[in-house]
Design a protein around this ligand. Structure first.
Ligand SMILES: Nc1ncnc2c1ncn2[C@@H]1O[C@H](COP(=O)(O)OP(=O)(O)OP(=O)(O)O)[C@@H](O)[C@H]1O
Ligand SMILES: [Mg+2]
Length: 274
């Protein structure tokens, strides 16, 4: 085990059976082809590649929503190794893995603060139902969750921020960019060590992109979280990622610093259209 690695993806393959594409003779679409990839501790690792390259599929495999056909994925955390293929999706949060999905998952009818509260994880892996049978436990947990949510709003965003001022208003009133920012902030309610972020900035305007960038930097540099980030915005990658991987043909085709990868001749030709 190498201590500065948090996630090791080793030779992972995945294909989908497709029914309507006659150009693919055997009806199997090979999306991941013995993919190897490493996520280092305390860094922002960007994963880039064309639409359909298999980036979200990889997240779905890491999150255990779908199975790989081959390979292994190991999480290294607190001197332990975890073979993720032995775990179910609902167990990943207690292993310290959080995920932001490509599509928005905000509860529109709930307030901003309540949207944060549902992200609370109170470290109850050993006693998940303690709040049901220990008198007062539920109230104590609610109190701790509320304190944490208020703390996030005050210290991360500040009392001048619309999240603080509108914390009791329904989240459905927020713009799309504000919702994505709130969803990203909700991950801070968990005790995550690794966050899988699937296109946090897609479709949002520059001011919210800047706020999400600041949030990521705080997560990594102040809270010690490691991030694997799928992103199509190359300014964002250049500005925030420490390492960049370009996926192509189901493999980690080119990797290095963002400057090296985005300056790479093949990446420019195949992905950036330069
Ligand atoms: N459940 C599925 N059944 C069949 N094909 C699928 C399934 N899920 C994904 N695919 C196909 O696998 C390929 C990879 O999809 P994936 O969503 O991983 O791409 P992506 O790199 O995340 O793309 P984008 O940047 O557009 O989000 C695509 O061709 C997609 O249509
Ligand atoms: Mg995707």
């Amino acid at each position: 085990m190498v201590s500065d690695i948090i996630l090791e993806i080793d030779s992972v393959s995945k294909s989908f059976i497709i029914t309507h594409n006659s150009s693919i003779t055997d009806n199997h679409l090979l999306v991941l082809d013995s993919l190897d990839l490493i996520v280092e501790c305390g860094k922002i690792t960007a994963l880039i590649g064309s639409n359909g390259a298999g980036k979200t599929t990889l997240f779905n495999i890491v999150s255990r929503l779908i199975d790989a056909e081959k390979g292994s994925i190991t999480l290294y955390s607190e001197s332990q190794e975890y073979n993720l293929f032995k775990y179910k999706p609902h167990q990943l949060a207690s292993l310290g893995i959080g995920r932001l999905f490509q599509s928005s998952h905000i509860f529109e009818q709930m307030s901003i603060i309540d949207n944060l509260l549902i992200g609370y994880q109170y470290g109850s892996a050993e006693f998940p139902y303690a709040n049901l049978y220990i008198p007062g436990k539920s109230r104590e947990i609610d109190g701790r969750a509320k304190a944490k949510a208020l703390e996030i709003l005050k210290t991360i965003f500040g009392t001048d921020h619309y999240f603080w001022k509108q914390r009791n208003q329904v989240a459905g009133r927020l713009s799309y960019g504000q919702k994505r920012l709130l969803e990203t902030a909700r991950l801070m309610m968990g005790n995550y060590k690794l966050m899988l972020l699937d296109e946090p900035t897609a479709g949002i305007s520059p001011p919210f992109r800047i706020e999400i960038g600041r949030l990521l930097e705080k997560m990594v540099h102040e809270m010690g979280v490691s991030v694997l980030l799928i992103e199509h915005n190359m300014h964002f990658v250049r500005e925030h990622a420490d390492i960049c991987h370009f996926m192509h043909n189901g493999r980690d085709h080119v990797f290095g610093t963002p400057a090296d990868v985005l300056g790479n001749e093949e990446v420019r030709r195949m992905y950036l259209g330069a």
